[in-house]
Design a protein around this ligand. Sequence first.
Ligand code: T6T
Length: 316
Amino acid sequence: AMAALAAMLLITSCGSGGGDTGGGGDRIRVALVQGLAGEEFYETMACGARAKAKELGVDLDVQGPQKFDPTLQTPIVNSVVAGAPDALLIAPTDVKAMIAPLTQAKQQNIKIILVDTVVEDPTIGLSRISTDNLKGGAAAAEALSEQVGGKGKVLVISTDPGVSTVDARIKGFADEIKASHPGLTYVGVQYSHNDVGEASRIMNAALAKDADLAGVFATNLNSATGAGTALQQAGKLGKVKMVGFDAGPAQVKQLKDGVVQALIAQLPADIGAKGVEQAVAAVKGQEVTPSIPTDATIVTAANVDRPEVQKVLYKA
Ligand code: T6T
């Protein structure tokens, strides 16, 4: 009950950007650099981080690029680093391209905490907090297999190669099909560059190419929104089954409309809150936890109205 209450507080305490605090003398200063500004997953993460920052009495500055793109995220990191915060929470937008700017931050003794995504260099990030995306991808394969009755062609729509989270989801999905679903034919992955319109175009082209397509797995919010819109407009409801990662308002509507059969909801607010906790511990020289997995919930039309499931849906 206490945990449920704490989760409620996290969600409800995120009104009009309330947790950011004015710069006080020797308060710990933490920066959060999102993967994408204004998107429900990262805004919900910011919400959890703000609530925790307020509780712990630290300053939190939140920034993010307008596109999920390392060439736009790099200058933001550079300017944040120039301001010399004590700690940096970041969701790196590419496993390779973000190593250089984060190495700079590390050299300036800024404590780095990775939230959601990671980089390939294992020495970057004192703590890594994320969903078990490999497992999440496998769960998506299982859910999709069940929906299509264990047979037929299945497609994956992702964002870009080199994004650790979605890459792990694809691998988990493909491995699970290979290991346990011999009736499914995985026709491969296509990349939307995290663009809703592009995900729709990919879905439409796939429907035109494979008239017998049985299912699609969309690896994140924008991919799912675009793919679902295309399925709906093509009148493929119920004919082509879909499973999507993430649970923003558009995904939940698609679930209720019967466009999508299952969603895998992450706990972005938890990731943000735990990130701030780890950052503060690192700055104070206390023990940090190198790897913190956060939960995922499979949301379907059958369970979406339950209070414990409502709680994991991302804020609007
Ligand atoms: O799926 C999340 C996040 O985990 C991923 O790294 C990028 O996409 C999202 O932000 C959803 O759009």
